[in-house]
Ligand binder design. Structure first.
Ligand SMILES: [Zn+2]
Length: 309
């Protein structure tokens, strides 16, 4: 069975044989980090120039059709090996890391990035990779390969949202056996939390939430970022519903623009800035504006809760 010990050893092996990845992981040790307090939640900001490939990724249909998918086995560098996991996934190291231990876990097939029916997989993966947070970026919520289903994972101690949720008030919305779906509306961003020991029960609760979140016109699923990690009682899934892809000031041209394309990691408490000027500029007020622009407000969350109850 795959576990975090096996995966940690695998990361070491890949870094010993893959120079580009090794260089990028090494460079990570020198990146600048600063800390902000956003309404009581600790937010880290990381200046990470190598991430420009992701933050500036063109994810429109035409650009996707014209590029070779970097998650398909046929296009991956031959040095990039993987560990097979579960029902048709492969665990790879991410050669453009944010975390000291950063994985990408694509489906072996080139199928669209859609979460429906995959929550039990996500929860089981988080359980197997104890010490990692497994995360999912919706196709319009930060995924740089929205045409190829994939999870990512990084060492859990890096993100701050788990601690914020742990210390926040959770209000139960629904239960399924021992599994609980709760809402947390006291953080600077509104989230839902599912605690489950049984991944199937967790999946059922998620489906009820999924069905209650409005789907924007033209989208295949509700916009969301998901983070999932093992707890002493099972696994915890943090669901961050979104209403917008990128902040109004997204861009590179003009002093008022910032190259920020928030995904699960940013929503999880670590903002990634590929440009140094953005790193210097980003403060608690801007982070709060980003949360307000991209996440659901209290009224929208209440509507979802009422639909489920
Ligand atoms: Zn692909």
């Amino acid at each position: 069975m795959v576990n975090s010990e096996i995966v940690n050893k695998f990361i070491g092996e890949q870094l010993a044989e893959w120079q580009t990845a090794a260089d990028n992981f090494e460079a990570l040790k020198g990146v600048k980090v600063k800390e902000l307090d956003v309404d009581g939640m600790k937010i880290k900001v990381q200046f990470n120039p190598a991430r420009i490939v992701s933050s500036a990724a063109k994810v429109d249909a035409k650009s996707l059709a014209e590029r070779k998918c970097f998650l398909c086995a046929a296009n991956r560098p031959s040095v990039q090996r993987g560990i097979e996991w579960g029902n048709g996934y492969i665990i790879l190291i991410n050669p453009f890391p944010i975390f000291p231990r950063h994985l990408t876990i694509p489906d072996v097939n080139h199928v669209d990035q859609l979460i429906k029916g995959r929550i039990a997989d996500m929860m089981n993966l988080a359980r197997d990779l104890d010490g990692y947070t497994v995360f999912y970026n919706g196709p319009k919520c930060g995924a740089s390969a929205p045409d190829h289903m994939h999870f990512q994972a990084g060492n859990s101690d890096f993100l701050t949202i788990s601690e914020a949720v742990e210390n926040a008030e959770l209000k139960t919305v629904a239960t399924d056996g021992d599994a609980v779906l709760a809402v947390c509306d006291t953080l600077p961003l509104n989230v839902f939390v599912i605690d489950a020991e049984d991944a199937e029960a967790g999946q059922r609760l998620f489906s009820r939430l999924y069905d209650a979140i409005p789907v924007p016109e033209g989208e295949a699923e509700p916009m969301m970022n998901l983070l999932c990690y093992a707890t002493p009682a099972g696994v915890r899934l943090v669901v961050i519903p979104r209403k917008k892809h990128r902040p109004s000031f997204y861009g590179t041209e003009g002093d008022d623009k910032m190259l920020l394309s928030p995904a699960s990691v940013d929503m999880g408490g670590v903002f990634i800035t590929p440009l140094e000027k953005d790193f210097n500029k980003l403060d608690a007020e801007i982070v709060k504006t980003i949360f307000d622009e991209l996440c659901l407000d209290g009224a929208a969350v209440e509507e979802i809760v009422n639909k489920i109850k």
